[in-house]
Design a protein around this ligand. Structure first.
Ligand code: FES
Ligand code: ZN
Ligand code: ZN
Length: 329
């Protein structure tokens, strides 16, 4: 970012940021307005939200999902949708305790209803223990469990969209990694949305698709949004993604707007990339989405507990959400 002693291009107040691809300086108020408008345009461009949608935001405690919730709330009356939030408590020591408190704070200050689902409470063991017993790396177990539980909360609560906080830098790094390794299997999943599948999967949307990482950082800082300070102890930096982000940002510096133009073209070409082929069938144990008749959650819990836990978790979720008024109107 450029050294600032400049004035906002819109109002002449002191600027807090320069946005190179716009060739504009913004003061605090105009930067916030700019970012909210950017997300509004993204939602329109990719038709992410319809009138009367119920949008469930997955909150991790980090800055991206917190900024997403803040901006979606500001846009909820414009698009006429309802909003609620969900957090998966993985039970990973202090990190999860802190995340849990932070997401409560994030939602309380905005008046958005939150549902917390604790892995410990439904399975009797935490994520670390589950991954150890399943002999899988914690991060891949975590991804599997979170995907399952988020989809289950979304389906049970009647959400029509599940909103995720991935930003432009994340998506670009993932897609470049797919090109470099020529592992194109998941590339079709890197769009701004996935479609819902009746009774099996709630469509996912990424409203921060065109928002740069430095923009969410600045937005969170300017609005004093509380975010988790500690890091998950299982976190291992993915060296290739870090390097790719750096290279991408170097190119962006030379050619401001390159990321935006890449993402828009990428979205247009997405259907040309290979899709993961396979059947979509309900899991015979829990009725959730699977490709083999047994979902990955039932498979992993069967390995660990000797029986699939999907249907038990479904019952738990029905009880948890039964009398909960989740939807903010
Ligand atoms: Fe999932 Fe660390 S947050 S393993
Ligand atoms: Zn201004
Ligand atoms: Zn299942």
């Amino acid at each position: 970012m450029r050294e600032l002693r400049r004035k906002c291009s819109l109002c002449g107040k002191e600027a807090v940021v320069y946005i190179p691809y716009q060739r504009r300086y913004y003061c605090k108020e105009h930067f916030i307005e700019f970012l909210v408008n950017k997300v509004r345009s993204t939602i329109k461009r990719y038709k992410l939200i319809r009138s009367r949608d119920k949008v469930l935001v997955a909150l991790s405690g980090g800055k991206d999902s917190a900024v997403l919730l803040d901006i979606l709330l500001k846009l909820s009356s414009y698009f006429n949708f309802k909003l609620a939030a969900v957090h998966i408590d993985l039970g990973i020591g202090n990190f999860s305790d802190e995340s849990r408190e932070i997401v409560k704070e994030q939602t309380k200050r905005l008046g958005v209803n939150l549902v917390i689902v604790a892995v410990n409470e439904i399975l009797g063991i935490d994520l670390t223990e589950l991954s150890r017993k399943a002999r899988r790396p914690p991060c891949s177990t975590c991804g599997l469990v979170k995907r399952y539980l988020l989809n289950l909360v979304a389906l049970t609560s009647g959400a029509s969209k599940l909103a995720l906080g991935h930003n432009a830098d994340d998506i670009m790094a993932y897609s470049f990694k797919s090109f470099l390794t020529q592992d194109l299997r998941y590339i079709s999943k890197l769009g701004a949305f996935t479609e819902s599948i009746e009774r099996l999967a709630v469509g996912r949307i990424r409203p921060l698709y065109e928002v740069y990482e430095f923009e969410t950082k600045l937005y969170a800082r300017l609005l004093d949004i509380p975010v988790v300070k500690s890091r998950c102890p299982h976190f291992r930096p993915n060296q290739m993604e870090i390097e790719l982000k750096k290279i991408i940002n170097d190119i962006e510096q030379e050619r401001p707007g390159m990321k935006l133009s890449f993402l828009r073209k990428f979205m247009r070409n997405l259907k040309e990339y290979p899709e993961i082929k396979g059947r979509i069938v309900p899991c015979k144990y829990c009725g959730m989405i699977s490709s083999t008749g047994e979902c990955s959650f039932c498979r992993i819990t069967r390995k660990v507990f000797g029986k699939p836990m999907g249907s038990k978790v479904k019952e738990y979720m029905n009880k948890l959400l039964k009398d909960k008024i989740l939807w903010y109107s």
